[in-house]
Design a protein around this ligand. Structure first.
Ligand code: PLP
Length: 387
């Protein structure tokens, strides 16, 4: 089986498993306990925090471990907006882009539904890009937070985060970015990016599902979502997932060290794959930006098919991929991300996303491109000549 669905999740890396294993077995202490087992756990947690901070070029105290990307996004969007509104009740708007992951979009909608915020949605262009001008047009004095993702999970478009953050800062508005898909491929230096908050998810990087990170800058206040014993400096109560924190730190470190080389290699393989699919499949549409895209994502629409049928055919041919976001899987509605790019609902129903780990090979992608041609041909045939 050729696994081309790495944007949905990745297997746990051996080095990660080895690093976390002691904290699931012999060193099983609670970091809040005042005995040697607890102290060992607290020290592992502190080391994990410092390791993450080193990759992000921030201070350890600016790192909060979470249960994954979804929680990190919720904590950033709700936590920052609510804390700012508590300090200044006139701050009652949040800005998101039209292509955010549901973890950000639904957090913003929650603020609207329950706390009376207005959500301003910045449109994207046909390639999925947010421009500084488009962002500028929706910023207001009442904007409590801007949240725009670093790289899109369905089409791979990479946003000009540093420029967008600068535009928000010109009006003293904090800027959060969901870097869940960017991690492992793009630079994550929060100072160079100029962001005030950044979310990461462990399981996209070779750590287990249910591990994640939120960076929040300096004294930026966060209203916690989970109340209890005051762990994570009161930002996220609950006995810490020490093994998860060690895992996400190890995975982030490894993937960060490999990112530059992996990005160049995988981008070249991706470009060959895109060229091969375009040559083999008449009428195919590449979705997302032609060049400002993740090395790891090639996403297409195959007019005259249904994306789900192409997926089934591909799986029969030994290639596993997805029809877009795993989170929207099972829903019949066309992807809101593709609609935001101006793609028609009919064409959006024909979407297939191929996403790669850094271990992908040229031979696998050659096989996959041939399988795509065969699968699309077969589905088009069935659509045109139903039995
Ligand atoms: N943000 C983006 C861009 C994602 O792609 C995902 C997962 O697919 C998430 C957030 C959610 O992360 P998690 O699965 O760790 O909750």
């Amino acid at each position: 089986m050729i696994f081309l669905d790495a944007a949905s999740t990745t297997p746990v890396r051996r080095e990660v498993l080895e690093a976390m294993w002691p904290y699931l077995s012999g060193e099983f202490g609670n970091p809040s306990s005042h005995h040697s087992l607890g102290e060992a756990a607290a020290s592992a947690l502190a080391d994990a925090r410092s390791a993450v901070a080193k990759v992000l070029d921030c201070r350890a105290g600016e790192i909060t471990f979470t249960s994954g990307g979804t929680e990190a996004d919720n904590l950033a969007v709700k936590g920052i907006a609510l804390a700012r509104q508590a300090a200044d009740p006139s701050l009652n708007r949040v800005v998101i882009s039209a292509v955010e992951h549901p973890a950000v979009e639904e957090s913003a909608r929650y603020l609207e539904r329950v706390h009376g915020f207005t959500v301003d949605v910045v449109p994207v262009d046909g390639d999925g890009l947010v421009t500084v001008e488009a962002l500028g047009a929706v910023l207001r004095r009442e904007t409590a937070l801007v949240s725009i993702m670093y790289a899109n999970n369905e089409v791979g478009t990479v946003q000009p985060v540093a420029d967008l953050a600068r535009a928000a800062h010109a009006l003293h508005i904090p800027f959060h970015t969901d870097a869940v898909q960017a991690a492992g491929w793009l630079p994550l230096d929060v100072k160079a990016l100029g962001v005030d908050a950044l979310s990461l998810s462990g399981h996209k990087l070779g750590a287990p599902k249910g591990s994640g990170v939120l960076f929040t800058k300096g004294r930026l206040r966060l209203e916690p979502l989970i109340h209890g014993g005051g762990q994570e400096r009161g930002r996220r109560s609950g006995t810490e997932n020490v093994a998860g924190a060690v895992a996400v730190a190890t995975a982030l470190n490894l993937s960060h060290a490999e990112a530059a080389a992996a990005s160049a290699d995988v981008a070249a393989l991706r470009d060959n794959f895109i060229a091969a699919v375009r040559e083999a499949v008449p009428g195919v549409v590449l979705t997302g930006h032609p060049s400002r895209r993740l090395p790891s994502v090639a996403s297409f629409c195959f007019p005259g098919t249904s994306g789900e049928s192409v997926l089934l055919e591909l799986e029969r041919l030994g290639v596993v991929c997805s029809s877009g976001s795993a989170c929207a899987a099972g829903s019949d509605a066309p992807s809101s991300v593709l609609l935001a790019l101006g793609i028609s609902p009919e064409t959006a129903q024909t979407a297939v996303r191929f996403s790669f780990t850094s271990a992908v090979t040229a031979a696998e992608l050659e096989h996959a491109a041939a399988a795509v041609a065969a699968a699309v041909g077969r589905v088009r045939n069935l659509v045109n000549h139903p039995k």
